[in-house]
Ligand binder design. Structure first.
Ligand code: WT7
Length: 664
């Protein structure tokens, strides 16, 4: 496994690693470059220990066993966690694709994330280190985390929140966001976290779909020295939502906010009441009870409420963090994502706690006040494992090596990337500049729907920059044609998953038919279609190319063309709108919109600015189009669907391809 194969000039390093000579390597180095893991990494990795325990000599042999016997493998992992009552069946396939994992078992993810640590030495271990860009710092041991979560859980209970309810959470990246999620789970209620960068309409839509009665928020959040006025956005959104009865507000930024009597309550006031006791039993739930819903953009219409459950999700997130990021008890782990997206749910909140790790949460921008803010955090806390997105790497790379070189980054032993394909140039910069030219990069492919890593290296995988490498243990991935037949090596096709996995989504909230049609019927054969195009090379390495549908990845954030378009047409001047993603150097993709104005409105730079601001106000700043073009015609099919593919090809100056269905 440790043998390196490379067409580029190589140098053997002191520790035996064979590393390409990056100084002489052009950015266009062929993808056949392979970066082998070091012997030390192989020797000490959690995955190696598991491989030996199971009696296998290579990852390939272990992988084959797990993929042929996924139920045995996942049950093996599940046994490392605690359950209130065992399962009758590891996987119940009787109502496919409505699969059930660990059917019949009783558990609670919070029992594994917090409770079980309290009876061990980890009780006094630091669970969370938090700092905000404004300089505030806090840390919580598992013991203290339990107290905060229990108090909030009791507050929620006193408000009548119970199993089956969905509590909406809209906060910035503060510890209370984590406490809120865990408090819901602890009492058996589900949470729906809305990313703090979303705005009025996005928030209102999600509250309405989840029919939440209780909303947890904060007065504001910090981003790049500015206050994001969360409570103000909430007040506006609640005028569009009939269901919310109570809003619990955390005081964070401290500016004046409008509180509505009878509806809005300060968390610190509630914590002063006897109901907020720090003693709260964790509610046993069925393994298949809903843990959370998280909205994500799909091809058409409103975002989908992706449903995840306690049992399988806890096994899947725990296993992947342990095996891929190789978390050890002495590690300082930092996932720089936002808890409001699946990355944060799985790898800031749940998996690190289940693993008993010490993790870091940072509220703010990577370049505030200076472009070395992140490297400063790494050196001060001695971060060992760091997980971020290509867009952030590219933006920090732009500031040059002087910024990271001012800091001691030698604690880092593993790096991770997620959200979009990472360009080899950014991959190499990350490894060389942040990882001292020897740190492996775990390029993890997964989705809101998959719950946890699906295609990813482990610390013992030879790496190819730009490829998420191989399927994770127990995960059966293929690249196929539309008829379901496998593509040849290096042929582009659709990325599919052949067998169910524990952290998979269970349904789309309020729309089980959409669950079936969006994921399980696109390709024949009862397989899960991811919505990505990809190719598999001759070594079985997967190269994800991008989305096949109308999802745009802007800075790694997933947005739907439909949401941007509906925000545009909600402006009084807009008759019709179409949004597409075009390549962008830093963001990966940027949104370009085409707008047909209503009678009586004239195109102007002022109107373009107003429309951009309007989308920002309704959806959130990340959805603001980069450019708006005023047009009098949009290419449509005869059935009236906008042909975004044609718009995109035209914008890129490419051949528009088959337009036989185009309306003329
Ligand atoms: C889509 C899912 C934040 C967790 C994952 C994002 C793209 C994700 C990679 C990667 C290439 C990637 C895919 C996928 N994507 N990771 N390592 N390499 N593409 O979750 O917001 O649901 O987006 O992100 O297109 O389908 P998400």
């Amino acid at each position: 496994m440790s043998e390196a194969r490379s067409d580029a000039p190589e140098a053997t390093m002191a520790n035996g690693t064979v590393a390409p000579n990056t100084a002489e390597m052009p950015d266009t180095t062929p993808s056949s470059d392979v970066y082998a893991p070091s012997d030390g990494m192989i020797e000490n990795a959690n995955i190696t220990a598991y491989m030996r325990k199971k009696g296998f000599d290579t990852y390939d042999d272990l992988y084959q066993w797990t993929v042929n016997n996924p139920q045995d493998f996942w049950a093996d992992m599940a046994q490392e966690l605690e359950w209130y009552a065992p399962w009758d069946q590891v996987l119940d396939e009787s109502h496919a694709p409505f699969y059930k994992w660990f059917a019949g078992a009783k558990c609670n993810i919070v029992h594994n994330a917090i409770d079980r640590h309290l009876t061990t030495w980890r009780r006094n271990k630091v669970a969370l280190i938090w700092e905000s860009e404004m300089g505030e710092m806090r840390s919580y041991s598992y013991h203290l985390l339990n107290r905060e979560v229990s108090r909030l859980a009791n507050v929620l209970k006193s408000m009548g929140v119970k199993k089956g309810d969905i509590v909406t959470i809209y906060m910035s990246r503060i510890p209370e966001l984590m406490f809120a999620m865990l408090a819901c789970a602890k009492i058996g209620a589900a949470h729906s976290v809305v990313y703090g960068g979303f705005s009025v309409d996005a928030l209102a839509d999600r509250i309405n779909d989840a029919k939440s009665k209780v909303l947890l928020t904060a007065d504001g959040g910090y981003m790049r020295g500015k206050v994001i006025e969360l409570k103000k956005i909430v007040n506006e959104a609640l005028q569009r939502t009939p269901t919310i009865q109570t809003v619990i507000v955390t005081k964070h930024t401290g500016q004046d906010v409008v509180m509505e009597t009878g509806r809005d309550l300060w968390l610190h006031d509630l914590f002063g009441l006897p109901i907020a006791s720090a003693l709260c039993d964790t509610e046993p739930v069925d393994a298949e009870d809903m843990l959370f819903v998280l909205y994500t953009s799909g091809t058409t219409g409103k975002p989908k409420g992706v449903v995840h459950t306690h049992g399988g999700y806890m096994v899947g997130t725990y296993t992947t963090l342990k095996m891929v990021f190789d978390i050890k008890d002495e590690d300082r782990y930092w996932c720089a994502a936002d808890p409001g997206w699946i990355t944060g749910h799985s790898y800031i909140v749940y998996a690190p706690l289940i693993t008993g790790a010490t993790s870091i949460m940072y509220e703010g921008a990577p370049n505030f006040p200076y472009p070395d803010r992140w490297w400063n955090i790494v050196s001060r806390y001695g971060v060992n494992v760091m997980y971020t997105a290509p867009t952030a790497i590219r933006s920090l790379m732009r500031f040059g090596e002087a910024w990271p070189s001012r800091h001691d980054l030698s604690s880092i032993r593993l790096l991770g990337s997620v959200g979009e394909p990472i360009n080899p140039e950014a991959w190499r910069w990350f490894r060389d500049t942040i990882g001292a030219s020897e740190t492996p990069i775990m390029d993890t492919w997964w989705q809101t729907e998959t719950g946890h890593f699906m295609i990813t290296p482990t610390p013992i995988t030879p790496l190819k920059p730009g490829s998420a490498t191989r399927p994770f243990l127990g995960v059966d991935v293929d690249v196929v044609h539309e008829d379901g037949s496998s593509c040849a090596a290096n042929e582009d096709g659709m990325l599919i998953i052949r067998k169910p996995w524990p952290g998979m989504l269970r349904t789309v909230l309020n729309d089980p038919d959409r669950y079936v049609s969006a994921y399980w019927e696109k390709v024949p054969g009862g397989v899960y279609t991811a919505g990505d195009s990809a190719r598999k090379d001759e070594d079985g390495y997967i190269w994800v190319i991008g989305r096949l549908d109308d999802v745009i990845k802007v800075s790694g954030y997933r947005l739907g063309t439909a949401e941007v378009e509906s925000a545009l047409v909600s402006h009084s001047s807009v008759a019709e709108a179409a949004a597409i993603g075009l390549p962008h150097e830093l963001k990966g993709n940027a949104i370009h919109a085409f707008v047909i104005l209503r009678m009586g409105f004239e195109p102007s730079p002022a109107l373009e600015a107003e429309l951009k601001a309007h989308v920002g106000h309704e959806m959130g700043p990340i959805a603001r189009p980069e450019k708006i073009e005023f047009v009098t015609f949009l290419p449509k099919t005869r059935s009236g669907k906008i042909m975004r593919r044609v718009l995109k090809a035209q914008a890129l100056g490419q051949d528009v391809g088959d337009t036989s269905t185009l309306e003329t």
